[in-house]
Ligand binder design. Structure first.
Ligand code: PLP
Length: 374
């Protein structure tokens, strides 16, 4: 049975060149980067070359890139230190953020008594920027945390515009760029942002490694204490093979970006046209201008079929998601769609189909065939 992988917003398969690079580093470059002997210096050099390559891809300096175990860790670190050390007393965010931001902010409210203001979400899932300006104009040392691309519905935030607004009102700006790094070109000399986070497995790199962009002189303090790695900001021996794999994956993503995006864009329009043809009553969530990798659709099936759609497709070798991966095993409605849809529409079966350049039209035909037999 052909496996059809249409769940690339959850994670992506690793590029073969990345596996090759990581295997080489695992086998040969095992020195501890903190050791002063040549094996250690060699590992250190792999780490620093990786840092430079990543920094170059988003046009920042190497010292502004800090490696972490994941985007989740990076989000936790930045938000917690902003409150604890930078004395942020209010966080403006939205109810459609990933839980790696939403739950952190809620925890910080419990621990530190900060204020949370949720910016309104329009019915197409975009952020209401007029409301953001209203919130920004109200006082308190503020941090804005808004994701670049929503992982469930693919809606894209205008980072440049929000960055300018934050600057104008003197607020710090953090953006979870997990779904856009490696898929959209980002030139941070043109965008006013203080903190970004990324996770390698979302751009065809390894799991369990990510990075944070921390603007120079931010004053952020560490989450973990121990060794002097990462300029004392993130203690713990660096996972050299993971970091090398992440850098390789990012460089390749940007080197092939236009070609791969063109392919994914044509796959997305094929997918959308097939769904419209076979399920004319289907509705799409997330507006027209979402990222090309994500399609979120509410299907005109009876509500009692909701729980078994994923199972049925899985039996046919087709991997897709409902909402984010963390919730996909449960039938709890998505917290993102809950902000946009009526209660009735929220109960209807919903799928997130997410694409990569490894997909083909045949994958989409198999998905449509699978859906037709439900
Ligand atoms: N933020 C967004 C938007 C995501 O899509 C994810 C992963 O699903 C994360 C954060 C968390 O990434 P990780 O599990 O790699 O830490």
């Amino acid at each position: 049975m052909k496996k059809v992988y249409l769940d690339n917003a959850s994670t992506t398969s690793i590029r073969p060149e990345v596996v090759q690079e990581m295997t080489k580093v695992l086998a040969e470059d095992y020195g501890n980067p903190s050791s002063t002997h040549s094996l250690g210096r060699n590992s250190k050099s792999i780490i620093e070359l990786s840092r430079k390559a990543i920094a170059k891809s988003i046009n920042v300096t190497a010292q502004e890139i800090i490696f972490t175990s994941s985007a989740t860790e990076a989000n936790n670190w930045i938000l917690r230190s902003a409150v604890k050390d930078l004395k942020v007393t209010r966080i403006i965010t939205s109810k459609i953020e990933h839980h790696a931001v939403l739950y952190v902010v809620q925890q910080l409210q419990k621990e530190f008594g900060i204020t949370i203001d949720y910016v309104k979400v329009n019915s197409d899932g975009t952020i209401d920027l007029t409301h953001l300006v209203e919130l920004l104009s109200m006082g308190g040392k503020t941090l804005v945390s808004l994701m670049h691309v929503n992982n469930e519905i693919g809606v894209v935030l205008d980072l440049q515009r929000v960055g300018m607004l934050c600057k104008e009102y003197g607020a710090l700006f953090h953006s979870d760029t997990v779904q856009s790094i490696g898929k959209r070109r980002l030139d941070l000399q043109l965008i006013s942002v203080d903190f970004l986070v990324a996770s390698a497995h979302k751009f065809h790199g390894p799991k369990g490694v990510g990075f944070a962009y921390i603007k120079k002189n931010s004053g952020l303090q560490p989450l973990l204490y121990g060794g002097e790695q990462e300029k004392g900001l993130r203690a713990g021996t660096e996972p050299v093979h993971q970091v090398a794999g992440m850098a390789k994956a990012l460089v390749l993503s940007y080197a092939n970006l236009e070609e791969e995006i063109n392919l994914i864009t044509s796959l997305k329009s094929y997918l959308v046209s097939r769904i419209k043809e076979f399920f004319p009553q289907a509705t799409f969530n997330g507006g027209k201008d979402g990222i090309e990798t994500i399609v979120n659709v509410t299907l005109p099936f009876s509500v009692d079929k909701t729980a078994m759609i994923l199972f049925h497709l899985d039996m046919k070798g087709i991997a897709v998601s409902r909402g984010s991966a963390c919730q996909s095993g449960s039938i709890k409605p998505s917290h993102v769609l809950a902000e946009m849809l009526s209660d009735e529409d929220l109960r209807k079966p919903n799928l997130r189909i997410s694409l990569s350049h490894y997909n083909t039209k045949e994958d989409i035909d198999l998905l449509i065939d699978g859906l037709q037999t439900i």
